[in-house]
Design a protein around this ligand. Sequence first.
Ligand code: PEP
Length: 259
Amino acid sequence: MSKQRAKLVIGNWKMHGRLAENAALLQAVAQGAAGLPAEVGVGVCVPSPYLAQTQSLLEGGRVLWGVQDVSAFTHGAYTGEVAAPMVVDFGASLSIVGHSERRAYHRESAELVAVKTQRALEAGLTPVVCVGETLEEREAGSTEQVVGDQLDAVLVKLSEAEAARIVVAYEPVWAIGTGQSATSDQAQAVHAFLRSRLTAKGAAVADVPLLYGGSVKPDNAEELFRQPDIDGGLIGGASLKAQDFLAICKAAAATSVVS
Ligand code: PEP
């Protein structure tokens, strides 16, 4: 008998998009996603100014939406910040936190990422917590140390019930936007390690979705998603092209049934 495995594919648009091209992309994604099996969850994380547009085009459909970061504060004199409850006002249900670009370019510490995760959870968002090592760290043999520390910094601040509501994305920094994805074996090995860390937090946390991100494309998605601890993908560049993003969602569908 075949077994169903839930999969999740989330697009990270980064700082891309304008009103006209967003409309075409969102409509195409909504239309394409409508035909996917129920086991496949689909979401897009858009730049905050386009939340209202995204809500108006996706509401009532099956594609979730959200943002790429939230403030560590709920409100106040924090110029330029966007608070999690503001995002929820626009029907959003997702927020990426701790993306490597924020850790690197905005000097976000593991502790700050943990606080942002808490703020997202309090507001009712699903935080997509990103972890990943640089090439130097991988070559030094410290991948598990790095991603373990990044994940633990978040888990230590959460109850078991809260931790069960997060999504974790393993995104090796050297694979992001480079066209050089981790191999399915490399990704699976890190996912298995992260799974053991999640399981150690409590039985309810063991099944938290573990996404792989880093140069996922239509031609490598299926092989990656077939791995036992890879529950889907966080997709950067390929999420900006409806055809590619939907092809990746179809790869998730193909791997959501295990015979
Ligand atoms: C990302 O930045 O989250 C990402 C996975 O990017 P890309 O797919 O372009 O490597």
